[in-house]
Design a protein around this ligand. Structure first.
Ligand code: CO
Length: 490
């Protein structure tokens, strides 16, 4: 692996400069713009893609950060690009497309930012000095995740607006309104296939703030408000937990004074403050009645991703998540930090047992490994699962997440897939048809291979973590976030 060699830069380099600049960290290519949209009918395959693997892996993530006026501030702020790997009889096709909602369309037309992103705002002269939480300039740059509601496929981020797209061609269809006004829904939802509902949590930002818990009929898009929980200083949230009985909201003490959001003139996330004295609070709300069943406080931690949760036999609620000691990861994922290969905090798999009727939270680390972008065998959602797949940070010279990790949270054991100088993305588990055992199947992960200047798609046996196949993509795929496998999309 090439050691990270940070270089001081005083200004955000433009596109042409960047492409000729020496690489400063071996993972920098993952934070380098991809502007070429391609369609390849049959990618070169090494090994053998299982013939039963039929359907499409849809991926989402930022892919363009360098505007004519300079770069955006954060990994999360790049313009969204969709990717589709389609599998049929051992063959794999690929295509990628920029998500052309309002934000990306304006950016392509003007070469500058016109909408407010996570950590970047349009320059003040075009934006005006006074911000409003009801501002129409909130982004629709859905770079984080993909959801399906009312027959529509929608790319989403933490914004009231998503962008609908065609899941086959990846062409943009148009803006999809996810919530009204200043309600900011999370980019992670839970689908309960038994009830046909999508569960969501959003933060109402205004003079009076609240968390709103919702259940939406997946086929019709009709929404039911489960509960509204008032909060003075909302916590930054990216995901939450769902059990058969409860929606569990985790408030990690990275909080915002809503007045600061309105008046500071700073981008969204810069208004949040780390206040560990509040600890981490979990609130369980009954899915059916909307009543608060309990509130628990645990030592302060920060979290992007919940893993799974379930109601235990003794009536306690068990919540598993990827926990950081503090919120410094947010800044560590700033664009310049990542391009420089700066140090990155690690998160661990933590399990919180919330006892029935209140009492002390029991916290344990379930596996001896760093873990992010966690995925499970979805058939075991809301049940006492055994396996979690994720990406982890390994060697001292690793400038980014550099291995795939399988954690057995019942045995406390870990198995890894690692190749020096290669950077894998979120592993998506796909069950073998007819199999019922947890983990019987493969995991799919997009690899960045900087030495080749390109990416590939890795197919691993999910339990042995042995490589089954590698599918070569003729260009690089910037580091993305989330996606899913869709069987019906062959
Ligand atoms: Co996420």
């Amino acid at each position: 692996m090439v050691p990270s060699t940070p270089t001081a830069t005083t200004a955000a380099p433009g596109r042409a400069e960047r492409s000729s600049a020496a690489q400063r960290s071996s993972s920098e290519l993952g934070f380098t713009d991809q502007r070429t949209e391609i369609t390849v009918e049959a990618l070169p395959v090494e090994g053998e893609v299982p013939s039963w693997l039929t359907g499409s892996l849809l991926r989402n993530g930022p892919a363009q950060w360098d505007l004519q006026t300079g770069s955006v501030n954060h990994w999360f702020d790049g313009m969204a690009m969709l990717h589709r790997f389609a599998f049929s009889e051992g063959k794999v096709s690929y295509r990628n497309k920029l998500l052309r909602g309002k934000a990306a369309t304006a950016y392509e037309r003007d070469g500058k930012l016109s909408y407010r992103e996570f950590a970047s705002d349009p320059c003040k002269s075009t934006f005006g000095r006074v911000m409003s939480l009801f501002d129409p300039s909130l982004t629709d740059n859905g770079a984080v995740n993909i959801t399906q509601v009312a027959g529509k496929w929608v790319a989403i981020t933490e914004s009231p607006m998503g962008v609908e797209f065609d899941p086959r061609t990846l062409e943009t269809i148009g803006v999809y309104q996810r919530a009204k006004g200043s309600r900011v829904p999370l980019a992670h939802e839970h689908v309960d296939r038994a009830t046909g509902e999508i569960y969501g949590v959003r933060t109402l930002l205004g003079r009076k703030c609240a968390y709103e818990l919702t259940a939406t009929e997946r086929t019709t898009g009709v929404e039911r408000l489960i509960a509204r929980i008032p909060v003075k200083h909302p916590a930054y949230q990216h995901s939450f937990a769902l059990t058969e009985r409860f929606v569990v909201v985790g408030e990690h003490p990275f909080v915002v004074d809503p007045l600061r959001l309105l008046l500071s003139g700073k981008p969204f996330i810069e208004n949040f403050r780390w206040e560990p004295q509040h600890g981490t609070t979990f609130t369980a709300v009954d899915r059916r009645t909307g009543e608060v069943a309990g509130t628990w406080t645990a030592p302060a931690s920060f979290c992007f991703h919940h893993v799974n949760a379930f109601d235990d036999e003794d009536g306690s609620v068990v919540v598993e998540l990827c926990a950081f000691d503090d919120a410094s990861i947010v800044h560590a994922l700033a664009l310049q930090e990542r391009r420089d290969g700066a140090a990155i905090p690690e998160s661990t798999l933590r399990r919180y047992r919330l006892p029935r009727g209140g009492g002390d939270v029991v916290v344990e680390t379930t596996a001896p490994a760093s873990m992010e972008l966690p995925r499970i065998d979805d058939r075991f959602a809301r049940a006492p699962h055994r396996f979690v797949w994720g990406v982890g940070l390994g060697g001292e010279d690793a400038s980014f997440l550099d291995r795939l990790v399988l954690a057995d949270v019942q045995q406390g054991e870990v198995r890894e897939w690692h190749e020096p100088g290669v950077y894998p993305g979120e592993p998506v588990f796909v069950p073998r048809p007819g199999g019922t055992e947890e983990g019987d199947g493969v995991v799919l992960s997009v690899l960045l291979e900087p030495a080749l200047g390109a990416s590939s798609l890795l197919v691993l046996d999910a339990i042995s973590m042995q490589e089954v196949a590698r599918v070569r993509v003729p260009q690089h795929i910037p580091f993305g976030f989330h996606g899913g496998f869709v069987k019906s999309l062959a």
